[in-house]
Write a protein that binds this ligand. Sequence first.
Ligand code: G6P
Length: 367
Amino acid sequence: AMIDKGNHRHFMQKEIYEQPVVVAQTLRSYLRRMDNQIAMPDMDFDLGGVKRITIVACGTSFYAGLVAKYWIEKFARVPVDIDVASEFRYREPVLEAGGLALFISQSGETADTLAALRHARAEGQIIAVVVNVPTSSMAREADLLLPTHAGPEIGVASTKAFTCQLAVLAALAANLARAKGKLTAEEEADIVWHLSEAPAALNQALARDGQIEAMAHLIAPARDVLYLGRGPDYPMALEGALKLKEISYIHAEGYAAGEMKHGPIALIDDAVPVIVIAPSGPLFEKTVSNMAEVQARGGKVVLISDADGIAIAGEGCMATIEMPQVHPLIAPLVYAVPVQLLAYHVAVAKGTDVDQPRNLAKSVTVE
Ligand code: G6P
């Protein structure tokens, strides 16, 4: 079937806008609203018996995996190792019996990830995959197939596949927690409730599009941009930086907010915009104190937070982007939207080829 851009200028923009619908579509196969439980496809192994999880992926899918590591360790208390696929293959990882290897890929065909999957299989791991293409090689080779239902993604820079991956991974983390006896029925119902709120929250995040478009001119002239976040929002800083460099060709780095003092703080001046991703919550004040270190050095901050966060820390920022007040579990999904939109509008302002950025491919089937 022909896929067109509809009313959108680029596929990337269309795909950003599809997120409330495709995340809802994806969640539908993992949430059972009638009894408030997480549902997983049938497995012929005991999830509760899994002792260790190894996550492997590339690019944006790797950052979804990084968020999953925070969730799985927090909720299920199962240790998680994570690697980019090109490193995993050659570093002789220790893979013990009772381990589950989890591969995340939009295409299901990325050469390094597929080779890593086969390596893990040969080493006796149970193979789980989160893929968007159900007919892909990775889907065919899995013991446990966890599909995302994002629909075809055309823009080279992944957007909707990423938030759908996060939705599936949150469900997996909760299901594993239940299998491990770490989640009461009440806590599970709570997670089901918060996840089912995600599509509406994504819509609220999209409502900031005009405001983000208007601030693109603040970022477009920069040579370097720094993104900061903590906890599960640290991978969102990495993803924000990746999106910006992929499509606008501005050098960008994502950093754990607390690690900034060990390096990037040396770069701070008024020419390096700093994007701070900080939903209010237990880590908020820590991130804000890192943000203050930036501002004390003349750094220009764009704070992405909720109303409470902006009320506390918005003063003195170059700009703020207000997200809905959400449960920390769904914050990474919701905060994906403003970083995608910011990269998109900066790229449009710079006149780059948004859907087909130079030197990049949608699916990398070579090593
Ligand atoms: C390429 C794409 C990225 C994608 C990465 C991994 O680099 O440009 O958008 O995140 O491959 O692809 P996968 O299909 O394995 O998720």
